[in-house]
Design a protein around this ligand. Structure first.
Ligand code: 1HN
Length: 344
């Protein structure tokens, strides 16, 4: 292009800007890339490094002061972004003995993967549920929730929220209760009895809209299910053994925006390479994983968290018999018809 042409165009562009107009041809390639290239980095957060810092926060401020005492898992490619992957927020949360994280509700949906339960609880929409290691607990969009610990040991879990999706749509609301704890109107385990026993109400409906009516998928039910499947079937070459958490009323993912599943790889098993458009986070519950993420090697042990951004090639090997929890924005991507994966 000659200088004269460049200059003519530049002058033309200058006339567009005051009218809030811009030439698409200058930005088209960046707006519509040939394939995803994540701005986020694959990364492992080691629980052994995070836990002492989390406990230090425990003596610096109360859960009530903090509202939620959490160390955010910040993707190192975007410090200050409060993101583990493009659309997801994640963090390690701590409740000390006797504390209450006060009741509130928000548009964003949240999940918890419990690391150290020890008698802590979460209350959701009038029902309390105890927290134990490996439990997958959901607080649905706009559901009241508070957390607490009546016993003598700290409670720690991993939070995952779809709040960046909600904020992208500029659709976020939040509300606080006057009381610290919500009034309980249901018995412990009532929602599992009503919806999670292969039975359901005569008129199927979820009190939580698009979200599953079961809000605690306890490890004492999910682990044996996964292990029994593993004993009697061949592993999927790309997934190993995996079961996903379902909404029993629809057969869809348990949450409308966040996909969640539980995997088992026997010691020595290595998955074949695959990549997918969802931003995925893994919480290791048992054993140890060696991950090859776009050619780089990472190791993740118990309670460590792994970020696998969109379209990163991954191969996962169990260096010890492993059980791990995954969550991603796949459920949302499927709903808008854009989810893709590729398997080698
Ligand atoms: C939240 O409500 C919790 O309820 C945890 O435990 C983390 C991060 C951002 C916004 C709301 C919780 C959160 C959060």
């Amino acid at each position: 292009m000659t200088d004269a042409v460049t200059e003519t165009r530049r002058k033309y562009y200058d006339t567009l800007a005051p009218q809030a107009l811009a030439p698409l041809w200058e930005v088209l390639k960046g707006l519509v890339p040939a394939e995803p290239k994540s701005k986020f980095a694959p990364h492992v957060w080691q629980f052994a490094k995070a836990k002492p810092l989390l406990m230090e926060a425990g003596s610096l401020l109360t859960a009530e002061e903090a509202e939620r005492r959490v160390l955010v898992l910040e993707n190192p490619a975007m410090p200050g972004g409060s993101r583990i992957t493009a659309t997801m927020y994640a963090g390690y949360q701590l409740i000390m003995p006797g504390e209450i994280a006060p009741a509130h509700r928000h548009t964003a949906s949240a999940l918890r993967m419990v690391l150290e339960g020890n008698g802590g609880y979460t209350a959701v929409a009038g029902e309390k549920t105890p927290m134990s290691r490996g439990d997958f607990i959901i607080t649905p969009s706009w559901g009241w929730h508070d957390h607490g610990q009546e016993n003598q040991s700290p409670v720690i879990w991993v939070d995952g929220l779809d709040l960046h999706m909600v904020n992208f749509y500029e659709a976020a609301f939040m509300d606080h209760m006057n009381d610290k704890s919500q009034i309980l109107t249901k018995s412990i385990g009532q929602s599992v009895a009503e919806y999670g026993s292969g039975l359901g109400p005569m008129k199927p409906h979820s009190p939580f809209g698009l979200t599953t009516p079961i809000f605690n998928y306890t490890y004492d039910r999910s682990r044996p299910a996964l292990m029994q499947v593993a004993e009697n079937t061949d592993p999927d070459p790309h997934l190993g053994y995996a079961l996903r958490y379902l909404n029993p009323l629809t057969g869809d993912w348990a949450m409308p925006t966040i996909a969640a599943w539980l995997s088992h790889l026997p010691k020595g098993f290595e998955t074949k390479a695959m990549r997918s458009t969802d931003g995925r986070s893994i919480v290791v519950l048992e054993g140890e994983l060696t991950l090859d993420l776009d050619g780089k090697t990472f190791t993740a042990g118990e309670s460590d968290v792994v970020a696998i951004p969109s379209w990163v090639w991954s191969r996962i090997r169990a260096s010890k018999d492993a059980v791990f929890f995954s969550f991603s924005d796949r459920a949302a991507q499927e709903k808008i018809g854009i989810y893709r994966e590729e398997r080698q």
